[in-house]
Design a protein around this ligand. Structure first.
Ligand code: SF4
Length: 343
């Protein structure tokens, strides 16, 4: 349930896609909250539902075939699921900014970057074109674009990948949104630019006090920028904790698998560890615990019954029958199992 100081509260969200081949339950009962000035990292493999959750918040799910079929999304208490489209147009860009993985597909190649930053300022803040241009130059400077008075008149193709991503951030920030959604914002960038973009998001957050939802498959990025973390698998949250707790004591076997699969400095393995098996087909999710075909700890019960999200204290929760039985998995046990030894 939403608390008074929640900026965003997602409650039991269900977003399904109705296709000729069947119903895809891309998001199936997801709940989380973000407070002002905090960052939630949502992590998981491709197809786990993390981006569909973000698009649901923006009400950008293509309908048909997709639809929000249950739950609420509260932004400072206002339910976005029930909001009329006209209201959503005001909220998008003004109250919620979004940055995507590939800026080249999100920036319009035929307009200058300045025009694209000015547009939301004119639309949502009602300022004159002259004032919007001043704001565009100001925000370009803020995101670290050199010579912003000159760059403001350039086209996207004249900028490097890192600069285009900064322009996307400038576009999303010009109206000082309450919430910034960043979907794999640094995936297409090299590590140096990646670090600069994360630094930039963090410093802008400190300055403006916005909440940030960052979606990534990379635990390194989560560690770098998040206060809290939700791990998603097959349309559900399987573990939730603050970042220190999650990195110290991951408890769901899938989260443990993600940690085990990370490349580690100083390790000289002939190949990287992986989570065995494949991400399940969303048209045919396994029964019971959806992770059971890949889980080294799976028991008979796991194939039949879906485990609830169990409270582990201090805001830490995970959904696994081992927790219910009082013997949660540990990183050491899982590592041994993944290397073929008995726990
Ligand atoms: Fe593995 Fe069973 Fe826990 Fe699912 S419920 S993660 S299959 S042990």
């Amino acid at each position: 349930m939403a608390r008074e100081d929640d900026l965003l509260s997602v409650e039991h969200l269900q977003t399904h896609f109705f296709t000729d081949a069947g119903t895809v339950k891309a998001v199936d009962g997801v709940s989380y909250a973000i407070k002002k000035g905090r960052t939630l990292g949502v992590v998981g493999e491709s197809g786990c539902g993390k981006s569909v959750t973000a698009l649901s918040i923006m009400r950008l799910i293509p309908d048909p075939p997709g639809r929000i079929v249950g739950g609420r999304i509260l932004l400072e208490g206002e339910d976005l699921v029930a909001a009329p489209i006209r209201r959503m147009r005001q909220i998008r860009g003004k109250d919620i900014g979004m940055i995507f993985q590939e800026p080249m597909t999100s920036l319009n190649p035929v307009f200058t970057v300045g025009y694209q930053i000015m547009e939301p300022a004119v639309l949502h803040l009602g300022v004159s074109a002259q004032k919007a241009r001043e704001l565009a130059i100001e925000v370009l400077a803020k995101v670290g674009i050199p010579a912003p008075e000159k760059r403001v008149d350039e086209y996207p193709h004249q900028l490097s990948g890192g600069m285009r991503q900064r322009v996307m951030i400038a576009m999303s920030l010009v109206c000082k949104p309450k919430l910034l959604i960043a979907d794999e914002p640094t995936t297409a960038l090299d590590v140096t630019i990646q670090a600069q973009i994360l630094d930039l998001i963090r410093s802008l957050q400190a300055e403006v006090g916005m909440g940030v939802l960052i979606i990534t498959h990379d635990l390194g990025i989560v560690a770098e920028i998040s206060h809290d973390v939700a791990v998603m698998y097959a349309g559900k949250i399987v573990e939730y904790a603050d970042v220190q707790t999650l990195f110290k004591a991951p408890t769901h076997p899938y989260t443990i698998g993600l940690f085990h699969a990370r490349p580690k400095i100083g390790e000289h393995k002939s190949r990287l560890a992986t989570i065995t098996g494949e991400v399940p087909n969303p048209l045919e999710f396994p029964s019971g615990c959806k992770f059971h075909p890949r889980c080294p700890f799976a028991m008979e019960r796991c194939k039949r019954e879906e485990p609830p999200l169990s409270d582990l204290g201090g805001g830490h929760a995970a959904s696994c029958w081992l927790i219910q039985e009082g013997r949660p998995a540990t990183l050491a046990q899982a590592a041994a199992m993944l290397e073929g030894k008995q726990p």
